[in-house]
Design a protein around this ligand. Structure first.
Ligand SMILES: [Mg+2]
Length: 316
């Protein structure tokens, strides 16, 4: 099957009738603005051997690539509606592999009420590489940035921290994972879309955690011109994480959480907890923003236990 045959067979159906996608037969897609909304756009690329293990099932590759992008939109309070897909498939991948990839993508596009509106498909000798660009609509008054945190704001996270990082170790056979709970957090992160939209009017800054909580909190601190204090004993950990023998401090530097990290004035706490309950996601206060720059982690006795390495970096 050639490029155009592949697109017609496997990817055109994923437009799910979106008129501006023209069934993936045109040079560009057309997005009609929605009155009173901001178009919010993000892109993330996954490379085999860097973001997922070699020989990962094709449907899981597609679903993770979509979900990490939707997680970014969620952190900005956006409701996703469309994506573009840039795929670099190794030359020896047959149409069976690509068909299973498209089926996985279709499943999650349905699950998150999105469609495919365009992209590019090439064959290469390099590793499998999947780039997705995701589009969402936001309320213009509720687009949280990294830069809006204020001194004394509470720092919150959604869900539990560290499971994705341990999931990678489990997938590599380095950690027992009975039932596969940890690996499923690594393979299929859950973008917090409903929560992100609900809390957007009430937060001062927000992002999703992809490269380690401490490192990503450092981004909020830097952008906001502030430091932060994090209390390790408050970090929410899952039962599976607890059984692993790793402590809360280790969870702060592991990647692949795809939970929301946000700051808010202390008097918004009750409202945030109510909204999180409605969205059916736990949220936990883990610290506060402070005037002195830098991130400090404290144990139960108030001792400084800040680790030297904060998270994952591509160029180090
Ligand atoms: Mg992000």
């Amino acid at each position: 099957v050639d490029e155009f045959g592949l697109i017609a067979k496997y990817f055109s159906p994923l437009t799910k009738g979106y008129a501006g996608a023209h069934n993936l037969t045109d040079d560009a897609a057309f997005i009609t603005p929605v009155a009173g909304k901001v178009l919010t756009v993000t892109t993330d690329t996954l490379v085999e051997g860097v973001h997922f293990l070699p020989h990962t099932a094709p449907d899981l590759v597609a679903r993770k690539a979509l979900r990490v992008n939707l997680s970014d939109l969620a952190s900005k309070g956006a409701k996703p509606f469309a994506v573009m897909l840039n795929s670099v498939f190794p030359r020896d991948f047959g149409s069976d592999w690509i068909g299973r990839f498209a089926a996985g993508l279709s499943q999650d596009l349905d699950a998150f009420d999105c469609c495919l509106i365009g992209g590019d498909t090439v064959a290469s000798v390099g590793p499998l590489t999947i780039g997705i660009t995701a589009f969402g609509w936001s309320d213009p008054a509720c687009c949280p940035h990294r830069s809006g945190a204020k001194a004394q704001d509470d720092i919150w996270v959604s869900g539990t921290i560290g499971d994705g990082g341990l999931g990678l170790l489990a997938a590599q056979g380095k950690l027992p994972d009975p039932g596969g709970a940890l690996q499923s957090r690594y393979d299929l992160p859950e973008p917090r879309i409903a929560l992100g939209q609900a809390i957007a009017p009430w937060v001062s800054a927000a992002m999703d955690i992809s490269d380690g909580l401490l490192q990503d909190l450092g981004h909020i601190g830097k952008a906001s011109g502030l430091g932060a204090e994090v209390f390790v004993s408050l970090i929410p950990l899952s039962a599976s994480y607890g059984h692993s023998g790793y402590g809360g401090l280790a969870a702060l530097t592991m990647g692949d959480d795809y939970e929301l990290l946000f700051t808010a004035p202390a008097d918004h706490a009750d409202q945030l907890l109510r909204l999180a309950q409605t969205a059916n996601v736990d949220i936990t206060r883990i610290g506060r923003m402070m005037v002195p720059m830098g991130i400090i982690c404290r144990d139960q006795d108030g001792q400084d236990v800040t680790p030297l390495r904060r998270g994952w970096q591509h160029f180090s």
